[in-house]
Design a protein around this ligand. Structure first.
Ligand SMILES: Cc1cc2nc3c(=O)[nH]c(=O)nc-3n(C[C@H](O)[C@H](O)[C@H](O)COP(=O)(O)OP(=O)(O)OC[C@H]3O[C@@H](n4cnc5c(N)ncnc54)[C@H](O)[C@@H]3O)c2cc1C
Length: 390
């Protein structure tokens, strides 16, 4: 049954209150990262998915952060407010909009401009004026990057804003997408996710990513309702994938959809070969789903598994280096009709992998780089080069 056959009543505008039924650490103690395997139950929702799709999640903010904001506003949390960005039919209590409707991070210059007209303390006024000077653009950007709204209210306490004035500065809290890490064939009622939990420090405070920590810390297993929808994607397997070879490059959480692809290929007894490139910092702590990959290789269900550990030796090794080291075979697979997939970090990895692919095609195919560019364009047109990068 394909995902389009069954229209669920649950959509992005009307998300399904799902439960997380499993939440376990994938990275091992000593890892610089916290990556988790989460299982979301979708039974009873009518939601269906195909491999390559993503799951959308609407998070809520941390209670402690909301409480601090309410305190800084000298409010109770019960004040009815109607934030400009939400266009509500009727006002909602301040606590509710701060918890589940608005983003408390990424402040903009506008809050400083408003506070400038409000502060009664001379030193606070001087500080805001300095930040808003046209020649201080860089300092302003650096200042805002390091802060959330709560820092700004704390820094300019004399500029008392009413709850309504404050919420009018905040943007909508948006859902986050996660590549689905399971196939509906073995898991029709569950969606697996591979999530990197965002935690860091800035301006002397512990910060968290809203949605990753909502799922990791605040959504109680089998209890908390997690508003969820399926985001259908063009990224995925061709209908007639059974006999096709697949090359899948997915370092870090980029491995998620390829775990789903391989589950699907095994469930449907596909005869095409699977080649997986995975990588992360250290083999001992960051080898996500190690037992599963080892089993797939032992069973011949993954024909090739190439692993790149960036911090296990003096010279960093990345997935694109592993591709280059296997250039002749990679070219042979592509010439044989293989599909090439990439998932994960858009900023560096996807660009480096794309460059490596072009170089391999040019070198191995004995063609000038302009021809390789045309070759890759054609691969994309034929949907044989697909990316799910973020
Ligand atoms: C199609 C798609 C698929 C995706 N699939 C996955 C997936 O499978 N797994 C996965 O984990 N994610 C995936 N993501 C990313 C995911 O949607 C979220 O963006 C991610 O989980 C962070 O969301 P958050 O709410 O936890 O963090 P947010 O609250 O959005 O905070 C993130 C922000 O925090 C800041 N930040 C983070 N770290 C630091 C730091 N060290 N120093 C300073 N600032 C910092 C940055 O401004 C960053 O933009 C996917 C995204 C897309 C679009």
């Amino acid at each position: 049954m394909s995902s389009t056959d069954v229209p669920s009543v649950f959509t992005k505008d009307h998300p399904f209150p799902a439960k997380i039924v499993e939440n376990r650490l994938l990275s091992r103690p000593g890892s610089a990262k916290e990556t988790r395997h989460l299982v979301v139950e979708i039974s009873g929702s009518g939601l269906s998915y195909k491999v390559g799709d993503s799951l959308g999640i609407f998070p809520t903010n941390r209670v402690t952060e909301v409480a601090e904001l309410i305190e800084r506003l000298q409010a109770t949390g019960d004040e009815p407010v109607s934030p400009a960005m939400l266009k509500l039919a009727s006002p909602l209590p301040l606590r509710e909009v701060l918890t589940s409707r608005l983003t408390l991070a990424s402040p903009t210059q506008k809050i400083l401009s408003t506070l400038l007209g409000k502060v009664t303390d001379a030193a606070e006024k001087v500080k805001i004026e300095a930040l808003l000077k046209p020649e201080a653009k860089e300092q302003l950007t650096a200042y805002l990057d390091e802060r959330e709204y709560v820092d700004i209210l704390a820094e300019f306490p004399s500029g008392r804003l009413t709850p309504q004035e404050f919420v009018d500065h905040l943007r909508k809290l948006m859902p986050r997408l996660y590549s689905i890490a399971s196939s509906p064939k073995p898991h029709p009622q569950h969606v697996h996710l591979t999530v990197a939990i965002v935690r860091y420090r800035s301006n002397g405070r512990e910060r968290v990513g809203v949605c990753s920590t909502f799922m990791a810390d605040r959504a109680e297993v089998s209890v908390t309702a997690v508003p969820t929808f399926v985001s259908h994607s063009h990224f995925g397997l061709p209908e007639d994938h059974a006999a096709k070879d697949l090359i899948m490059v997915g370092p870090g959480t980029g491995i998620a959809p390829f775990r789903a692809f391989v589950q699907e290929r095994v469930a449907t007894a596909a005869t095409g070969r699977n080649w997986v490139f995975f990588g992360d910092q250290k083999k001992a702590t960051d080898y996500l789903y190690e037992e599963e990959w080892t089993d797939y290789v032992a069973q011949g269900q993954v024909a090739r598994l190439d692993l790149a550990w960036s911090r296990d030796q003096a010279t960093k090794i990345y997935v694109q280096d592993k591709m280059r080291a296997n250039a002749a075979e990679l070219w042979a697979w592509i010439q044989g009709g293989a599909y090439f997939y990439v998932c994960g970090d858009a900023k560096r990895m996807a660009k480096d992998v794309d460059q490596a692919l072009h170089d391999i095609i040019a070198e191995q195919g004995g063609m000038p780089i302009e021809k390789a560019v045309e070759f890759v364009k054609q691969l994309k047109k034929d949907k044989r080069y697909q990316r799910d990068v973020y």
